[in-house]
Write a protein that binds this ligand. Sequence first.
Ligand SMILES: Cc1cc2nc3c(=O)[nH]c(=O)nc-3n(C[C@H](O)[C@H](O)[C@H](O)COP(=O)(O)O)c2cc1C
Length: 451
Amino acid sequence: MRSDKFLRGREDDVQQEQSGQQRQMRLGVFVQVPGHHVGGWRHPDAVTTDWPNLPLMQRIAATAERGRFDMFFLGDGFATGYDEHPSTIGKFEPLTLLAALAMTTTRLGLAATGSTTYAEPYHVARGFASLDHISGGRAAWNVVTTAYAKSSAVFGRPHPPHAERYAMAEEFVTACRLLWDSWDDDAFVGDKLAGRFVRPGSLQVPHFQGRYFTVDGALNVPRAPQGHPVLIQAGSSGPGQALAARIADVVFTAQNDPAEALAFYRAIKAQAVSFGRRAEEVLVMPGVMPVVGRTQAEAQALFAELNRNIDTGQAFTVLSERLGMDMSAFPMDGPVPTPPPTEHLKSRAALLMEMARRDDLTLRELYYRVAAARGHLLLVGTPPQVADVLERWFRTGAADGFNVMPPFFPGPFDAFVDSVVPILQERGLFRADYAGSTLRDHLGLERPVRN
Ligand SMILES: Cc1cc2nc3c(=O)[nH]c(=O)nc-3n(C[C@H](O)[C@H](O)[C@H](O)COP(=O)(O)O)c2cc1C
């Protein structure tokens, strides 16, 4: 654990931004039930029954909205099996779940992951446009290329290599944007007197011919309240960053070192500018796992309890997948072996190996860190200690906000909302109430004009 260093911070990191007081932090909750920590689900307070448990999801969404969070975020993948991370074995399909949650929330942004490797642009464009209507402008799409080859099994086709997946993603998003712009904003007039349900001249049929995808027809959903749903991108390799800088409104990333987080943040903003965008149009949100206690000892005790509950098979699946090599064959108290270049999560493998070298970790130590937060920032401490680190990362320009990853649900998320959020609000770092109604309003992002 490097919590002391994180909690104390490095004075030379702290360069107060000119506009630091006015800038507002963005907060999302990364919902992986029963919990992000591999051992989280076995905590006595974790909800694990009546799976996949809609009331639990409704409760988490209500808590996020009470905490004035920007968004509720669902990851997604297609693999299941005994040795998977418990949060991926059995779950809701994201878009149908978010449509249900749109009915029990009024302001909270609703973000789901959608694959550009295992779907058609039409299906994804239609689903998110529809969710944006159902929720009154609160939809976001996490654009992923789906990193793991095992995801391909259910589709019965080979898993494309990393570079090809990103080439497909570029085309996929371009096609979706054209589909979302099929209809003018004011196309559906419903004019009974004139006998016009739709205004003539309001349809622009997309004609897109790519290498991987072709679209030669329009979307049968009116233009969405947000124009386009908010686009999130979460790949941090070279091609991942390039895609993010070109198309993303929000970048999710795993970072655990302040200096590297700062460098990543600057690289994304600089690339966005090179694509003719303003730096503020792309928000960078690293993940953070808060393990909060009333005292530091209480927080450490909770963390120790979570670690005692780790299932070795599941933890090695998570670790081996991230590194692209079976790690269970190596001695736990030896050095971390160097894996060959991976075609899966390139940036995460690099981040974990960098962390292992920087902190001189044994395989066992790396195993525990990955079983907890999978390489994301891990903070074990009191509410003010956790708030201090978030504030420091935010003010130094390493983050525009955070994607909160509770070790299990619902307790630790309640604790974050009830004890850390009020501190951030008192410090003027986070909103006391929502000012607008759409997710673009919350994030301070413009509504895309139809081309
Ligand atoms: C916060 C966060 C959430 C992610 N969620 C998903 C997900 O739900 N499904 C998925 O297939 N990949 C997910 N990823 C992985 C990335 O989309 C990407 O595939 C991965 O980082 C590999 O790409 P890279 O080599 O460009 O980093 C996530 C990454 C991050 C940082």
